[in-house]
Design a protein around this ligand. Structure first.
Ligand code: GCW
Length: 705
């Protein structure tokens, strides 16, 4: 009753209709199109954008041109408060940069025409979003004339979405795909999803989980897949599916799924034909095989190339590709888990069909808060490698903690593999500029779900945005991405932009500090992966425990991956190996990844390792507390609903950061036997409190699938 009265007061105070219409719930993401606040700028835009022409070689209307027009009309209406005519025309000269490129030019005169030229209609769509972005981010009028072209051809989201609508490692509600209602019921949200993807240049989506269910390949489901593909097509987003390797047995009635069996080959060929009848521009298959219990070619004594080539041959006549994951490790293999993918895949280089990608996670373990780049990026010159990044924050606080991931992804992309001499960065390997293999791809494991704001944490949408922007152009800086996203999502007011971008840019390092600093990794709680678990020593298999990775004892902590240990450093090129392999030259952020270091070993600061570890945890906690203050000061500058939501989440993050700090330091202290250095707050509870704490029903935990 009291709440109702307060609500009513609120609505009468600021005008009922207005507040209802403008209630900000995050649904619009970065495509808000609210009026340009700066009057001078607004009238300058209004003058410069008299009308817009979408210029393509054939100059005709297509569903994609219609989508571009609709976006421009609605966007400019919102931003400028007027109707701007958008027409089609034939382009006079080709635009450099290929099929998806665009070039915007500004005309002169009393009703100046803005021309968005492109070689294909989808380029015009990307140009439309670019024009809107320039206006949304309050760029000077001259800067409306931008051009762009992607550096990577296939820019896709991977949805770890089950047909039950459970999203593995997803914390933003259920899967967007309402399989049961499809194909008849088309949720308008599918269109908004495609708009959001297209606005940041994404052109592919894998609808289903890599822990795959063959049912999606049945006729009953292909009709539903086709309905989604029809919605996404005008936005340039192609559909891909995960292929369960044992599908010929499970839904095909065959006694085997052996890739060398002619009946199995014929089954996949027929299945591919069926898929393409439903989805003529189907992108292809993503496959997790012989990994974490998934079936695969090794079940029949065959190798990964045999498996990938089986599917590649079925898809090739239709132009489809296979994206075969290198995320493999076996608990029967006694070797360091970090080495296993390299060991298994490098001998296969050159044996994959031309339409196969090998999809490689950014690091060799598994989306840890920080990993050195995966050595495979420097080791398969004859195979197109597609990086797999994780947008959803499986090990980075789920949808409850702020962790802006562009700096982490950039760190990997800018790492030098030295595979073809200095400057052979991961980014240049994967965009094809090192090995010139033709096709290129990049994937991000999606963080979206049915939450009204799509990503749960209002600031987590920045990661969806950042992934798309980097997939399009990996040279864009994290700062530029944070700046754009903040302006489009909240405001161009510099007193909002500066503090919000500062928070975003510091956030990944902050989460690393309070969870797994200095190269510590895989010390999270078991199963759901939320919160600390350095004590996990019994998880069914050694390589799922934490003690396997941190190796703490009374001498020190860290995994010796040098020549005296597992020699994982030997999988990097010598230029890299000699840096990672030398405890004096190894960047401290990777120190405990590669070295077992004595607790009293002085680090660069002159302080002993133990003190540095403790201070990193404290620094992480302190940073979150500082954000709480920064954010509180934004009250009134950020709409009330999102302000309150983020404030509440930061409160949770502060508590979670303390829990990480206290649990980990108490645990490691049992080995270091050293006191906390000055400035580090003592834990609130004894170690057993943290060790015995159980979280229940964590969203995204596969136990809930
Ligand atoms: O990180 C692990 C996750 C699994 C995931 C697996 C993978 C989809 O804990 O949930 O399964 O990686 O990437 O295959």
């Amino acid at each position: 009753m009291k709440a109702l009265r307060i609500l009513l007061l609120f609505f009468t105070g600021c005008g009922l209709t207005l507040s209802l219409a403008r209630a900000e719930d995050g649904y619009r993401l970065w495509l808000r199109y609210d009026p340009v606040a700066d009057e001078t700028l607004r009238s300058a835009y209004t003058q410069a954008v008299g009308r817009v022409v979408l210029a393509t070689p054939d100059g005709t209307e297509s569903p994609t041109i219609a989508a571009a027009r609709a976006e421009l009309v609605a966007g400019l209406r919102g931003l400028l408060g007027r109707e701007v005519a958008v027409e089609c025309a034939k382009v006079s000269a080709p635009v450099s940069g290929g099929d998806e490129a665009y070039a915007i030019t500004l005309g002169q005169g009393s009703a100046p025409t803005v021309v968005i030229a492109a070689n294909r209609d989808v380029g015009a769509l990307y140009g439309a979003f670019a024009l809107l972005r320039q206006v949304q981010t309050a760029r000077p009028v001259g800067e409306l004339a931008v051009s762009g072209a992607p550096r990577i051809k296939r820019r896709m989201l991977n949805h770890w979405d089950n047909l039950t609508r459970f999203v593995e490692r997803g914390q933003a509600g259920f899967s967007l795909w309402n399989w049961f209602e499809l194909p008849e019921v088309i949720d308008p949200r599918y269109t908004d999803y495609a708009r959001a993807c297209a606005s940041i240049g994404l052109n592919g989506t894998v609808l289903t989980n890599v822990n795959a269910n063959a049912t999606v390949l049945t006729e009953q489901y292909l009709v539903k897949v086709a309905a989604l593909a029809d919605v996404f097509r005008p936005y340039g987003v192609r559909v891909y599916l995960t292929a369960r390797f044992s599908a010929p047995k499970e839904i095909g009635g065959l006694p085997t799924a052996d890739p060398l069996d002619p009946a199995v080959q014929a089954w996949w060929k027929t299945k591919a034909e069926e898929i393409y009848r439903h989805v003529p521009d189907f992108g292809g298959f993503l496959v997790k095989a012989n990994s974490e219990g998934q079936p695969g070619p090794q079940d029949y004594g065959r190798n990964h190339a045999d498996g990938a080539n089986l599917l590649a041959d079925a898809l090739a006549p239709h132009g489809g590709v296979v994206i075969w994951r290198a995320f493999v490790y076996s608990h029967e293999a006694p070797d360091d888990r970090a080495k296993q993918a390299y060991t298994e895949f490098t001998p296969l280089d050159g044996t994959f069909r031309a339409n196969v990608f090998v999809q490689v996670k950014n690091g060799a373990i598994d989306f840890m808060p920080r990993e050195p780049f995966h050595p495979l990026f420097g080791a398969m010159p004859r195979t197109p490698l597609a990086p797999e990044l994780q947008i959803t924050q499986e090990y980075l606080g789920g949808a409850l903690q702020l962790a802006f991931l562009a700096p982490m992804w950039k760190e990997t992309l800018e790492s030098d593999t030295f595979c073809a001499g200095a400057g052979s960065t991961v980014a240049r390997v994967i965009d094809g500029s090192v090995d010139r293999l033709g096709d290129s791809a990049i994937a991000g494991v999606s963080n979206v779900g049915t939450d009204r704001n799509w990503t749960g944490h209002p600031l987590a949408a920045a990661n969806w945005y950042a992934f798309g922007r980097l997939a399009w152009d990996h040279t864009v800086t994290s700062e530029a991405i944070a700046d754009e996203w903040t302006r489009m999502t909240f405001s161009n007011d510099p007193t909002v932009v500066a503090p919000v971008t500062a928070m975003l840019l510091a956030s990944h390092e902050t989460v690393v500090n309070y969870s797994m600093p200095l190269g510590l990794h895989h010390i999270m709680a078991e199963g759901h992966h939320y919160g600390p678990g350095p004590w996990v020593d019994d998880a069914g298999r050694a390589d799922w425990t934490s003690v396997y990775y941190h190796r703490a004892n009374e001498d020190g902590v860290g995994f010796d991956r040098t020549a005296t240990g597992s020699n994982a450093v030997g999988q990097y090129r010598p230029e890299v190996a000699k840096v990672f392999g030398d405890p004096k030259r190894c960047p401290e952020k990777f120190l405990l990844w590669f070295h077992h270091v004595p607790w009293d070993q002085p680090l660069a600061s002159g302080r002993p390792l133990w003190d540095e570890i403790a201070l990193h945890y404290q620094t992480g906690v302190d940073a979150v507390r500082a954000w709480e203050k920064t954010w509180a000061a934004l009250a009134g500058k950020v709409d009330a609903a999102r302000h309150a939501h983020v404030a509440a989440l930061l409160k949770r993050q502060e508590a979670d950061a303390r829990f990480w700090r206290d649990g980990c330091l108490l645990y490691f202290q049992t080995f270091s036997k050293r006191p906390l250095p000055a400035g580090v707050e003592p834990a609130e509870h004894p170690l057993d409190h943290y060790r015995n704490f159980r979280l229940h029903y964590v969203p995204g935990d596969p136990a809930m699938r």
